[in-house]
Design a binder for this molecule. Structure first.
Ligand SMILES: [Zn+2]
Length: 583
């Protein structure tokens, strides 16, 4: 089997998002900071599988199955580790330099044929915009601030007229039916004709970076439509598309949010302003499926639609959809009266950057939106506003938010309102749990391992003072951590998962990774206490064993030897117990 270099494995792992990958196999739903799904590894009826986008691990709380993105694919598809790396790589559109044998996923030949047609069309149009035929288009874009770097990044091209694309693709041996299916060519009574002739082309990709269609702009002011998009095809379904998702993924994960605007030119404008975690929904109508894709990109969805009436109405709908899907939402209200492309052109890059930072609570937007459409002189209209806003405010999780927005609504209407605070919110300040050494030996060992995964100092102490653990899975993991820290100075839990030889160890690692930060942060006293606990239980077992031996018939010599060892053992035990009592 071809070997995949470690750097490549690391790159695939860092580019893949576990929520996305699992979402490819299972229906995943956001729940607080993590996602949940029905576990495929046991007979699950409620979602027991929890996925943490922060830690990039999954864990089933019923059957215990857990691991990282590769573990999931390995277990789900029942394939080897290199094969799992291959599957994940192909899911995220990462080209591995070696193909691990038998990775090749049974691909859908029809879809593959359409991707091939579109890839060829992108290459062709990108070549054309560089040529003399493309001069006018290039100048047209340059005047709008879209220089060569923008053209390259977004693969913008020029599609000449005269059915040249059809002739080119036909000559290259592409099947006519695939050209029509991909909607780059259409059949009419006069033969085959190019769909995007005489237009500037903006390629559209799916979330994995496969080309699926185009948005194409005419330079002719008299053209019946400035923009035309690919018609519905087998790979281009309008409500399923989030433009730029594949490019924005890494930046969105880093930023913790994804900016959603209306159109392709808005995305490009933000990108030119250095804001890369930006996508668009190709128009203002956002669908539940698009919300799912947005959710998979980042923890928070930030809508930044235009300030005009359709844009604002769309924002209301999008917020409702996103809230319903359990997503964290906020809004950037564009009050400039210009779209992002106009802002960057007329007001400059800084203005657009400034706008991108003006995030507001979605409830601020809702209050402003609905109150601006209410006659605040009319008692009946104010009452209607209160009735509309109160359930929305009550749906907020945060007590401060609830009382703040209730106050705002009171100010607006002059009404006196009751704050509806849910019971579960009354206990907001939980006292910090003080970390103590757990009672059981196994629990103490897990605490030792959790701290060893986060702290090289803990690993050093473990080696010096104990050097082993009693549970066999615990011991296996402890040795793996010790070896890893020797070579790279700090444990890397996700790499431990990859290197683990059995699923039990992987489950244990994910268990430990799922602990809260305070539970796994190294604390000298607590760690020493846990080591002592293990030591005491080992010595107690040893002492028991000696006592058993002494009961047997022994010759004098053996008896003396065992008695000596038993004595040593008891003395050591005494020392640890005294130490324990002092602490
Ligand atoms: Zn399970």
């Amino acid at each position: 089997m071809a070997r995949i270099a470690q750097e490549e494995i690391d790159r695939v792992k860092s580019q893949a998002d576990i929520v996305d990958v699992i979402g490819h196999y299972l229906q995943v739903t956001r729940k607080g900071r993590s996602f949940v799904a029905v576990c495929p590894f046991h007979d699950d009826h409620s979602p027991s599988l929890s996925i943490s986008p922060d830690r990039q691990i999954y864990k089933c709380f019923v059957c215990g199955n857990g691991g990282n993105v590769f573990t999931f694919v390995q277990n789900y598809e029942k394939v080897t580790f290199p094969e799992a790396v291959g599957r994940v790589a192909s899911l995220i559109g990462y080209q591995l330099s070696v193909q691990p044998d038998s990775v090749a996923k049974p691909k859908d030949p029809h879809r593959e044929a359409l991707y091939a047609v579109l890839s060829e069309t992108i290459r062709y149009t990108a070549y054309q915009i560089e040529s003399t035929d493309g001069t006018a288009a290039r100048e047209y874009l340059q005047k709008r601030g879209l220089d060569d770097s923008v053209l390259k990044h977004f693969e913008i091209g020029w599609h000449p007229g005269g059915d040249v694309l059809y002739r080119f693709l036909h000559a290259k041996g592409y099947e006519d039916r695939d050209l029509v299916s991909a909607n780059v060519v259409r059949t009419t009574s006069t033969g085959m004709h190019d769909v995007f002739a005489d237009r500037i082309t903006f390629p559209i990709h799916d979330g994995y970076g496969n080309p699926i269609g185009f948005s194409a702009r005419s330079m002719d002011p008299s053209a019946p439509s400035k923009y035309i998009n690919t018609n519905e095809t087998d790979i281009f379904t309008k409500g399923d598309i989030v433009y730029n998702a594949h490019r924005a993924r890494a930046a969105a994960r880093k930023a913790g949010c994804v900016l959603v605007c209306e159109g392709v030119t808005d995305v490009i404008a933000f990108w030119r302003a250095g804001i890369e975690h930006v996508v668009c929904t190709l128009g203002t109508a956002c669908t539940p499926h698009q919300i799912q894709i947005l959710k998979s990109l980042a923890a928070r969805i930030v809508f930044c639609y235009d300030g005009d009436e359709p844009g604002q109405a769309a924002t209301v709908k999008a917020i409702q959809l996103a809230r319903k899907a359990g997503a964290e939402v906020s809004v950037i209200i564009n009050r400039t009266g210009k779209d992002p492309d106009e802002i960057i052109r007329d007001l400059g890059v800084e203005e657009l950057q400034k706008l991108s930072r003006q995030e507001e609570h979605w409830m601020e937007f809702m209050l402003a939106y609905h109150s601006s459409r209410t006659n605040l002189q009319s008692y009946l209209e104010k009452k209607e506003l209160v009735e509309k806003m109160q359930p929305m405010i009550a749906s907020l999780q945060d007590e401060t938010d609830i009382s703040y927005f209730t106050g705002q609504l009171e100010k607006l209407t002059g009404f006196t309102l009751k704050t509806e605070v849910k019971k579960e919110n009354t206990e907001t300040v939980r006292p910090l749990k003080k970390l103590t050494v757990p009672d059981g030996t196994m629990q103490a060992e897990e605490m030792i391992l959790a701290m060893m995964m986060t702290s090289p100092e803990a690993v050093r102490k473990f080696e010096e003072e104990l050097g082993y653990l009693t549970g066999s899975t615990h011991q296996e993991l402890a040795m793996m951590i010790v070896n890893q820290v020797r070579s790279r100075h700090q444990a890397d839990p996700s790499a431990l998962i990859d290197n683990a030889e059995n699923q039990q160890v992987r489950n244990l690692i994910t268990d430990l990774m799922s602990r809260s930060e305070e539970e796994s942060t190294y604390d000298e006293t607590v760690f020493a206490g846990a080591l002592r606990k293990v030591k005491i239980s080992v010595l107690e077992a040893e002492a028991d064993a000696y006592r058993d031996q002494l009961r047997a018939d022994l010759n004098e010599k053996s008896m003396a030897l065992i008695l000596e060892k038993y004595g040593d053992c008891l003395r050591e035990l005494r020392r640890y117990i005294d130490e324990e009592n002092r602490n």
